[in-house]
Design a protein around this ligand. Structure first.
Ligand code: ADP
Length: 262
């Protein structure tokens, strides 16, 4: 039947991708998209063939982070061509599909979940070393659908900030991955202290270290701390990925270290 062949198409598409990295967060605004985008760019800079899929239905921000707002994927009869950011980094985002950049995504749940499957099945990703997926935040139906569609071999990277509520959310995210059966590659603590742009010294503003403590407690790897750095926000606003620039700042080094185990 048609369904079987669609299933087969999804399997074939996914089988051509060596490593799948799903970036999750307990809640919005913690830097999940920033981390996902910088991971993808860092891997591409290391010479890997990389796909970046943005299925954050609440606010697809990858096109803006990579200055791709004006690009559109080519949509053929059966396949969708991802947008190329460089010769070895291909991007697909729900944001490309919105007629107006300011439109909020008001589609109902099942439609959103269908879109996630469609992006995995119908986008011509080709042979990739890595597919990095920027998931919707939280532990609801949307990230669940993304994980289930990609399968149990997808590694989760969980982004959190050091504050208490965010830490509780991340505890739920780890449990969620364990329940679905996906391995956790590790936890990233973002906005961990403030890195002074003048002297480079890192000031502890919120209680930093919570992410590392939680990682230990939940027996998952800790991937590192990324300090708050005005340049990280500026690079996002201006649409260039932070790790692309030859920074030696604490945030750039931390982002670089995050991809080491990959
Ligand atoms: P999420 O995807 O979790 O909603 P974003 O990646 O969109 O979060 O980040 C939210 C905001 O915080 C953005 O404006 C981003 O530029 C900023 N931001 C993220 N990480 C940092 C950081 N380490 N230092 C400074 N600003 C940051």
């Amino acid at each position: 039947s048609g369904c079987e062949s669609e299933d087969q198409k999804l399997k074939t598409n996914l089988s051509r991708i060596k490593h799948k990295i799903v970036v999750l967060s307990g809640k919005g605004g913690v830097g999940k998209s920033t981390v996902a985008t910088n991971i993808a760019v860092a891997l591409a800079q290391a010479g890997k063939q990389v796909g970046l899929l943005d299925v954050d239905v609440h606010g697809p921000s990858v096109p803006r982070l990579l200055s791709l707002q004006d690009k559109q994927p080519h949509i053929g009869q059966e396949i969708i061509e991802p947008v190329s950011w460089s010769k070895n980094l291909w991007v697909m985002s729900l944001g490309f599909m919105l007629p107006n950049k300011n439109d909020a995504v008001i589609w109902r749940g099942p439609v959103k979940m269908g879109l996630i499957t469609q992006f995995l099945r119908d986008v011509a990703w080709g042979d990739l070393d890595f597919l990095v997926v920027d998931c919707p935040p939280g532990t609801g139906d949307e990230p669940l659908s993304a994980l289930q569609t990609i399968g149990p071999d997808a590694y989760a990277v969980i982004v959190t900030t050091p504050q208490g509520v965010a830490i509780d959310d991340v505890r739920r995210s780890v449990t969620f991955c364990k329940q679905v059966g996906n391995p956790v590659l590790g936890i990233v603590e973002n906005m961990s202290g403030f890195a002074c742009p003048d002297c480079g010294k890192v000031y502890d503003i919120f209680n930093s270290g919570g992410g590392e403590q939680l990682a230990r407690e939940m027996d998952v790897p800790f991937l590192g701390r990324i300090p708050i750095e005005p340049e990280v926000a500026r690079s996002g606003d201006e649409g260039f990925p932070y790790v692309k620039v030859e920074h030696e700042s604490p945030a750039a080094q931390a982002l670089g270290r995050v991809v080491k185990p990959m």
